[in-house]
Design a protein around this ligand. Structure first.
Ligand code: ADP
Length: 424
């Protein structure tokens, strides 16, 4: 029976959290969208429900989060984690505040901590202010984000705008003193009537201490960093047995392929690196803006090349080519065309026996997973930080999938992925 139930406000964020929990000893499964009553609870230690609620209308984000909570409670989870981005991506309307309010109310817990810090990725919180590297959040580029511009680094103030509750701070000097002191500070804030505490964290020792201090909390909110301290609480309570290989997956035999729809710099470099070593097809959606024709071309090319060594099929292009397609079709239609083509290619590849598939791009991954009818991902070994192998189950045959957010991964990621051991 799962111990920890998590609700993530986007897909790759969910995988990032799931991978963190595996790394710290919990067998973890990710469910895509709100599970239905007919979905059985997986036999793992932690479940992460991946929503797409970060920029959804507030009422929808709250309703889906509450539905996920109800399912996770029914599944037996004892503690709940609300995962958002380590840059606190939100607007004055939400959705971090409204979703947290709903979860705190539904669990009658009255209080939750909020800590997006992730020092390994340069996100730290000091005196309630979020830094990205050495820059304040509102001077980090995030102030220009198209959907969730972050114009204030003071998270106490940011969260206060999103809730009818009040927000306090557990400052660095308290966090530095360890779990007992942090626990007392949070209890005091709760007794003073605060609904939230932004908790400072500058390093992993802080995150472990915060996790320990929150052992008895019904709801915890934050980035994946603060989750690293939670598995130990369950081990300490005798609920979680030490597990030397929580990411072991049942292997799946079949052909290998990479599909890339991300145009991020890291992905373009990964394609260039793979091109030297394995068969690589670069699609030209500008010359042929027709999803069915692009898919047919790619599958005909792949037919004679599929095997144990990966092939790479990429629509990815540098900024000028992307801009040209967007000018021709409009921004949304250009993205949709390429996503439709790549999802159709994924389906065709699976029909041709591909069972190990790397997908590059957040939106591209979402479209692919939907097309393949994937409902659950059992989280396996990490290839590069934040990107694990997963074993996907749904309406099709079992698959090994690695879903990579565009900017993640080293230049040799596509080759490294297939050299990473999946089974024990
Ligand atoms: P990332 O994780 O890097 O943001 P995404 O998959 O989320 O990657 O987003 C990339 C978007 O760019 C997708 O909508 C994809 O369909 C689109 N795209 C991919 N190749 C091209 C191209 N050649 N021209 C225009 N848009 C493209």
């Amino acid at each position: 029976m799962p111990l920890l139930g998590c609700i993530a406000d986007d897909f790759t964020g969910a995988t990032d959290l799931a991978s963190m929990l595996v790394k710290h000893g919990m067998r973890t499964e990710q469910l895509i969208g709100v599970p239905s009553a007919a979905d059985t609870a997986p036999a793992v230690d932690a479940v992460v429900v991946a929503l797409k609620s970060r920029t959804a209308p507030v009422a929808q984000a709250v309703a889906e989060s509450l539905a996920a909570l109800a399912w996770l409670r029914e599944a037996g989870c004892r503690q709940f984690f609300f995962k958002y981005c380590s840059t606190f991506d939100s607007t004055p309307a939400g959705n971090i505040g409204p979703v947290a309010d709903a979860l705190v109310a539904a669990t009658a817990s009255g209080f939750a901590l909020a800590c997006p810090a992730f020092p390994a990725n340069g996100r730290s919180v000091y005196q309630g202010h979020l830094f990205v590297g050495s820059a304040l959040l509102n001077e980090s580029g995030m102030e220009n984000h198209p959907l969730t511009p972050m114009k204030d680094a003071n998270l106490v103030r940011v969260l206060a705008h999103q809730t009818d509750g009040t927000v306090g701070l557990v400052p660095y000097a308290t966090v530095e003193q360890g779990a007992d002191t942090i626990r007392r500070a949070m209890t005091m804030l709760k007794e003073q009537g605060r609904r939230y505490a932004i908790v400072d964290a500058l390093n992993e020792a802080h995150l472990f201490a915060i996790g320990e201090a929150a052992a008895a909390h019904a709801v915890i909110t934050g980035g994946s960093g603060v989750a690293m301290g939670l598995p130990e609480n369950f081990r300490r309570a005798g609920l979680l047995a030490p597990n030397p290989d929580p990411g072991a997956l049942d292997d799946v035999a079949g052909h290998a392929a990479v599909l890339a729809g991300s145009c991020s710099r890291a992905t373009l470099l990964q394609i260039a690196t793979a091109r030297e070593r394995v068969p690589t097809l670069e699609l030209d959606p500008l010359a042929k803006p027709d999803a069915a024709a692009l898919a047919a071309q790619a599958l005909a090319w792949a037919d004679s090349r599929l095997g144990a060594a990966p092939v790479v099929i990429a629509a990815s292009a540098p900024p000028d080519r992307v801009a040209a397609l967007q000018a021709k079709l409009g921004r949304e239609a250009a993205g949709a065309l390429v996503e439709t083509a790549l999802a159709a290619i994924a389906e065709g590849l699976v029909a041709r026996g591909v069972r190990r598939l790397v997908v590059a791009g957040g939106e591209t991954s979402g479209a692919t997973v939907a097309q393949l009818g994937v409902r659950r991902l059992r989280i396996g070994a990490e290839i590069d930080p934040g990107v694990p192998w997963t074993r996907a189950e749904g309406s099709g045959p079992p698959l090994l999938l690695a879903l990579k957010s565009g900017n993640f991964g080293a230049p040799d990621f596509f080759l490294k992925a297939f050299a990473t051991r999946v089974a024990p």
